[in-house]
Design a protein around this ligand. Structure first.
Ligand code: KG4
Ligand code: ZN
Length: 348
């Protein structure tokens, strides 16, 4: 066990400054400083505000992680950092910090893909990833279906959203309903006491003609517009809106499409394990529906605990440790932050 690499991971792609420390697949520390409250009044993440917050939180968060893990910085075997995709200025803070640490400590630097890190994190909780597995990543910034053969080299995109991300839809609909940002957890809670079949909202890209070109892709902007229209129509007619019913019916539409497409992709590709990650994976209905529908097809579902689903440094450290263990080459010290790093580039 003590032979396993000790890796420090840094995540700054959005509004969470995450610093995680792992030894192999054992989580030692997962320190997160979030600037989410600073963005709440804008109803979404403001990039410049996020970058400034990363700058201020970086050193204290690194110190907190080392203290929790009971290690000194000089003990680490490698530094891993999210190099993309994400907000350019926010990524830059993490990448610059990781370079400084790697150079100062004389340790290898791994600039890793944020989406691959969302996949790798599950190893900290459920052990080695089944190979292959079907990963569904759903968050405020991305909604993707990936075929993962080897998380350090072989991640193949099968589909993605063609407009809004799933989390973005949750956040926008929450705003329409007067719920606070980020809206996902509030919709989840409201939906628990609502009727999920009260309103029949559209399921994007599930019609036969769409399935030909976009079988494993998602679209949530039509759903968001449908909710907006429904709310407007009710208001114009002077009818009180049952927020719980709207939340439940909207959530049902999102979860229905996500689980249907994930299972279709798994069955089509002969994959027996589905992994769900990203902030929306914390959704209670998504978890329950995925497990229920997968079980019926003899497919297993893995979902990390909510704290590891949302952006964090442990996921970056977990992928870094896997890269070290598989003997993958580190990044160069002139590693750039790449806001649109493709999923096929696991290490930049
Ligand atoms: O992965 P994450 O922390 O950051 C991004 O990379 O975006 O995901 C944040 C997103 C937000 O859109 C938030 O509303 C959503 O995840 N979210 C949820 C739930 N918890 C967080 N969506 C639905 N249900 C939840 N329980
Ligand atoms: Zn993310």
């Amino acid at each position: 066990m003590s032979d396993a690499p000790l890796v420090l991971g840094i995540e700054t792609s959005c509004d969470e400054t995450g610093v995680g420390i792992v030894r192999g697949t054992t989580l030692l520390a997962d320190a997160v400083a979030s600037s989410v409250d600073e963005h709440a009044r804008f109803g979404g993440v403001v990039p410049e505000v996020a970058s400034r917050a990363h700058l201020e939180a970086m050193v204290p968060t690194i110190e907190r992680a080392c203290e929790t893990a009971g290690i000194a910085l000089r003990d680490v075997d490698a530094i891993a950092v999210t190099s993309g995709p994400g907000l350019a200025g926010a990524l830059l803070v993490g990448v610059a910090s990781a370079k400084a640490l790697a150079l100062g400590l004389g340790k290898p630097l791994y600039g890793v893909n944020h989406l691959a890190a969302h996949v790798a994190v599950d190893q900290l909780e459920h052990g080695p990833l089944p190979e292959p597995c079907l990963a569904m990543l759903v968050s405020g910034g991305h909604s993707s279906l990936l075929r993962v053969e080897d998380v350090t080299t072989g991640v193949e995109p099968l589909g993605a959203t063609i407009d809004d991300a799933a989390g973005e839809a949750f956040d926008k609909v929450a705003r329409l309903l007067g719920l606070p940002f980020p809206g996902g957890p509030h919709i989840d809670r409201a939906a628990a006491s609502g009727n999920s079949v009260a309103i029949d909202f559209p399921r994007g890209l599930t019609a036969r003609r769409d399935m030909e070109r976009h079988r494993f892709d998602f679209s949530f902007s039509g759903l968001k517009t449908a909710v907006a229209r429904w709310v407007e129509t009710q208001q114009r007619a002077g009818v009180a809106i049952d927020v719980n019913d709207v939340a439940a019916s909207f959530q049902e539409a999102v979860c229905d499409v996500l689980t249907r497409k994930a299972l279709d992709a798994a069955v089509t590709h002969g994959i027996e394990d589905i992994l769900i990650g990203g902030g929306v994976a914390a959704n209670s209905r998504l978890r329950a529906m995925a497990v229920e529908r997968a079980e019926a097809k003899g497919i297993r579902v893995r979902v990390p605990r909510p704290g590891l689903c949302t952006d964090n440094g442990a996921m970056v450290a977990a992928l870094g440790a896997e890269l070290v263990q598989r003997g993958r080459a580190p990044s160069a010290l002139d590693l750039p932050a790449d806001s649109s790093q493709p999923i096929t580039t696991v290490v930049a």
